[in-house]
Design a protein around this ligand. Structure first.
Ligand SMILES: [Zn+2]
Length: 342
């Protein structure tokens, strides 16, 4: 055997034996996309919400064309600010419509990611009847099936788990079950758990449940963390959890302009070297089902038009901004199982 051929052969055998480097992906409504192409991400926004409740909502409640026509200009506006990937946080039974999202992704050229999971807050008004009696395993099976086979027969797959719990310190047994189902689903799919949480109490209660299931805090996003205490947020970030500060908006919040609050809070994370655990979003939108033409729609631009200039004036570098809007979303939301020893 010629020497060159021998070397080539041994290289081929070697490469066949080595596991391929695992590609990091987002699961978008148009299928898998490499996170390398995800660019600027908005991690918590809404295209549509139907507040009527799980017992009455359904695809009959809205006109898909009307929703698409209403939302598309706002997505295109965000695209002019550089947005490439958009996580739609509207869960099932609250107006999630994968076909609307797919059409918007195709028409806007923006990657859109939808979710699986149930929303427990607001007295469980948005939970389907089965959630009250099903075991965590049975609930997880429904969510895992959506990931494997698609949502409602569409073949459109969710890219993260969205759950929600009440703001009280102690999880009710019903809401604990949602967190347990999320833990089981995470271990089976690698989908990140994005949980509408708010205050410290429910955040740490959920992290405790995940720990019992061997799920790392790295797989958990503390959503609406702007309601938590700064001590709690820093502590959770040190544990590895993702801190999602939503509602970037030119409005008053606790007697302060929200943009100023964001600059001050992000500066505290930067000082603690924890900026790499923070996610930011507008929590904006949306077509409100039941209102004429969806009612008032808030666009997705204040991060770019107001917050970034304010951060730059306060010694945040371009690298810091890229950490918040490009790097952190990739690390938080790329699909991968994140376990800890039980
Ligand atoms: Zn939201």
């Amino acid at each position: 055997m010629k020497k060159g051929f021998k070397i080539l052969l041994s290289l081929l055998i070697l490469s066949a034996c080595q596991p391929l480097p695992k590609k990091k992906i987002f699961m978008t409504v148009e299928g898998e996309k490499s996170v390398d192409l995800s660019g600027i991400c908005l991690v918590h926004e809404h295209i549509m919400v139907d507040w009527i409740g799980a017992d009455s909502t359904g695809y009959h409640r809205w006109n898909r064309k009307e929703v698409v026509d209403r939302a598309l200009p706002f997505l295109l506006e965000a695209k002019t600010r550089g947005v490439k990937t958009f996580f739609d946080c509207t869960p099932a039974y609250l107006g999630r419509d994968p076909l609307v999202l797919k059409e918007l992704a195709e028409k806007s050229g923006i990657n859109i990611v939808t979710n699986t999971g149930y929303y427990g807050a607001v007295n469980s008004k948005f939970l389907p009847k089965s959630a009250f009696t099903d075991s965590p395993e049975a609930i997880a099976q429904i969510w895992i099936d959506e990931f494997k086979n698609g949502i409602d027969g569409t073949h459109i797959r969710p890219g993260f788990i969205k759950i929600s719990v009440e703001i009280t310190d102690t999880l009710s047994s019903l809401h604990r079950k949602l967190v347990e189902a999320a833990a089981i689903t995470h271990k089976a799919t690698g989908l990140t758990i994005v949980s509408h949480t708010g205050f410290d109490g429910p955040a740490f209660a959920q992290l405790d449940v995940l720990k019992k299931y061997g799920v790392s805090p790295e797989a958990f996003v503390w959503t609406h963390a702007q309601l938590g205490s700064i001590e709690g947020l820093l502590r959770a970030a040190k544990m590895g959890a993702w801190i999602s500060l939503d509602n970037v908006e030119n409005a008053e919040f606790n007697g302060k302009n929200r943009i100023d609050w964001f600059v001050e809070t992000l500066a505290k994370f930067k000082k603690e070297n924890l900026l790499h655990k923070v996610l930011i979003s507008h929590d904006a939108g949306q077509y409100n089902v039941g209102q004429p033409n969806g009612g008032k729609f808030r666009g997705y631009t204040e991060i770019f038009d107001l917050l970034i200039p304010a951060l730059k004036q306060n010694n945040f570098s371009q690298k810091d901004i890229e950490t918040l809007l490009i790097e952190n979303p990739r690390k938080a939301l790329a699909i991968s199982v994140r376990s800890i020893e039980i």
